[in-house]
Design a protein around this ligand. Structure first.
Ligand code: PMP
Length: 407
């Protein structure tokens, strides 16, 4: 229990000790990708220095050790998500690959012309385009639940649009642009009452709030290692075993088969069936260490800390005239998108950088959402467990500089 000792935790992240443009770095772009603690960096390095070899095939000790370390991460993920079974943990490159896997292997064979895939207006491109690919290929239709002015999924519309033609629901748990925490448990219950399976895009929830896939009730949950303080190019798709067992492979190759003959191939059981080829061995091992790091800090405490920072930032940003926050849902994670009268978000980002403040400017891979709010881009500050009030103060100070600059 108790508050995070942020000053101590910051020491775990070597990059945070490095000055940026001569200033203390205020890293406020963890929604894009998080910084890495020493434990993650060490885990990846140790793999290569001490026991690296290809996995699953070798009879020699090194390969067995690599295999054990890689396979051991499934248990870590199982615990992290409170999944019923470690065989439900598929290692991927990231959220994007997990969603594409479900779209192609699970949804596509079930889609007929006229069927519908239901998503929301606040989805990341990686939870839009894969569904366009499969709906266009099958003659099915992509249906979008609108987003309210405050940045919430319109639940009345969701209920209305969830119909007999809906074959799949795909929804983001926490919006990377608005910060909105969606009521995915209720949305899943409603979908299941209509007999519709649900994929939850967990890219922004896994790093920031407790996640329990059994309590959530969803069918699939995808997240990325690089946002959970682990390496890029490593991620997780969790899926119910009954679904995974019924799904054809996503890619073919080595390591996903039981027997191969030219006349036909028998596939391995899940999760191996979905892990063709040599995977990101060291990266996956380090992903596990990133999750352990989150667990050691404590997800309730991380969430509470980021909530406290969010409230402080909202209060401080309110003092800046002409600044408008986009996304004001009551249930929000530590993401603040804003526009500032008279300053383009990219110019804001550039001036802030000179002050040592790293934020994101752009459409955040949510172009349809930008259109919904009538803006081409926003500036976005987002928090990780290592941020503190000094970072928020630096942001506010730098925004005053932006205002001076643009008169
Ligand atoms: N969904 C959301 C909500 C995201 O924020 C992101 C990453 N910005 C993704 C999906 C895609 O994740 P990745 O690029 O790691 O595959």
């Amino acid at each position: 229990g108790g508050a995070l000792e942020v000053a101590r935790l910051r020491e775990d992240f070597p990059v945070l000790a490095r000055p940026m443009n001569g200033q203390r770095l205020a890293f406020l772009d963890s929604a894009a990708s998080a910084q890495k603690p020493q434990a993650v960096i060490d885990a990846e390095r140790r793999c290569y220095e001490e026991y690296y070899a290809n996995i699953h095939r070798g009879v020699y000790a090194l390969s067995q050790r690599s295999t054990q370390a890689y396979e051991g991460v499934r248990k870590t993920v199982q615990r992290f998500l409170n999944a019923p079974d470690e065989r439900e943990v598929v290692f991927t490159r990231g959220t994007t690959e997990g969603i594409n896997l479900v779209a192609q292997s699970f949804a596509r064979p079930r889609l007929q012309p006229g069927d519908e895939v239901l998503i929301t207006g606040m989805e990341h491109h990686s939870n839009i385009v894969p569904w366009q690919l499969v709906t266009e290929a099958t003659g099915a239709k992509l249906v979008v639940v609108p987003v309210t002015d405050r940045g919430e999924v319109d639940l009345d519309e969701y209920r209305r649009l969830l119909g007999p033609r809906t074959k799949m629901v795909a929804v983001v748990h926490v919006s990377n642009t608005l910060g909105t925490i969606n009521p995915v448990t209720d949305m899943t219950r409603l979908a299941h009452e209509a007999g519709v399976p649900v994929l939850v895009d967990g890219a922004q929830s896994a790093p920031h709030i407790p996640v329990d896939v059994q309590a959530m009730g969803c069918d699939f949950y995808a997240f990325s290692g690089h946002k959970t303080y682990g390496p890029s190019g490593a991620g997780v798709l969790w899926g119910r075993f009954e679904h995974l067992s019924a799904m054809p492979p996503y890619q073919g190759g080595g390591d996903m088969i039981r027997t191969v003959r030219f006349e036909g191939t028998e596939y391995a059981a899940p999760p191996q069936r979905f892990e063709a080829g040599t995977p990101n061995i060291a990266g996956t091992i380090a992903l596990g260490v990133g999750l352990e790091y989150i667990e050691s800090v404590g997800r309730e405490r991380i969430a509470a800390h980021e909530q406290e920072l969010l409230a402080y930032a909202d209060e401080r940003l309110a003092e800046i005239e002409g600044l408008r926050v986009i996304g004001t849902a009551p249930e929000k994670a530590g993401v603040i998108s804003f526009v500032l009268k008279g300053a383009h978000p990219h110019d804001i980002g550039t001036i802030l950088d000179m002050e040592g403040v790293a934020i994101r400017a752009g459409h955040h891979c949510t172009q349809p959402l930008m259109e919904r709010y009538g803006v081409a881009a926003t500036a976005r500050a987002s928090f990780g467990l290592y941020n503190d009030r000094d970072d928020v103060d630096a942001l506010v100070r730098a925004l005053h500089r932006v205002k001076e600059f643009f008169g």
